[in-house]
Design a protein around this ligand. Structure first.
Ligand code: SF4
Length: 239
């Protein structure tokens, strides 16, 4: 893995849409060459994941991915997920924690809730699918918690993380979905800009794209944990 010496923040402004798409495709091509089926996409069903998913399938029609769902996903997200699972039965696997969500951990302890319903199933997917390189739709202009990521990282030893559309602005995500004709989750029509579980996701007019996540908690505008917690080993095993 080589860490780029380029100034990514400058590139966000300097590169045009076509250059960003070409760069992302090249990253995907290189890492599929390196990792084959051990390179796996984490598909969150959001707009950014769908750009990566569409791009990856164009680069590699056998691209593999996993979706993590929770008991709290909105109906529209579940419908969209079922559509995708039916369309790509050989490419996508679904993971979900045990439990029906009736304990409502998100009310008092959202971090514990996210650990149980999001981080643990991602860890299981990483182990089960023998993932050596996980591919995400993370972007560095999404919000306060996402400014310092790299296109290629190794936060967990032995697990490369590839963020091929790190440099895309929100407008370029929509540009891609429009130009390549990729259908998206119906919730975007209502005004959502970042999608998550129903109890923890609101529509806001804030400039910050992730401002509607976990409003009223210490996690407001933050992260569920899959991009910040270790993904190797069992939940709770880390220091
Ligand atoms: S986003 Fe909310 S409901 Fe979903 S797992 Fe995290 S805390 Fe629980």
């Amino acid at each position: 893995m080589s860490k780029t010496t380029e100034n990514l923040k400058e590139l966000v402004e300097k590169l045009h849409f076509g250059e960003k798409v070409a760069r992302a495709e090249e990253l995907l091509r290189s890492y599929y060459d390196l990792y084959g089926d051990n390179a796996v996409i984490a598909n969150s069903l959001g707009k950014d994941s769908m750009v990566v998913w569409d791009m990856a399938l164009r680069v590699n029609p056998n691209a593999k991915g996993f979706i993590v769902t929770t008991p709290y996903k909105p109906k529209q997200t579940k419908d969209y997920m079922e559509m995708l699972m039916a369309k790509y039965p050989k490419n996508l696997k679904l993971y979900q924690a045990e439990g029906d969500g009736s304990e409502e951990l998100y009310k008092e302890t959202p971090d514990i809730c996210c650990d149980k319903y999001k981080v643990e199933p991602v860890r299981r997917a990483v182990e089960d699918m023998n993932v050596k390189c996980w591919i995400t739709g993370l972007r560095c202009t999404e919000g306060r918690t996402r400014t310092d990521f790299q296109e290629v990282e190794e936060r967990d030893k032995g697990l490369i993380k590839l963020n091929p559309i790190l440099l895309f602005k929100e407008r370029e995500v929509w540009q891609y979905l429009a130009v390549y004709g990729v259908p998206c989750n119906e919730l975007y029509r209502h005004g959502f800009r970042s999608l998550g579980c129903a109890p923890c996701t609101s529509i806001t007019a804030d400039d910050n794209e992730r401002a509607g996540r976990w409003i009223g908690t210490s996690k407001c505008g933050g992260e569920c944990g899959i991009h910040t917690r270790p993904l190797k080993g069992a939940v709770g095993a880390e220091a």
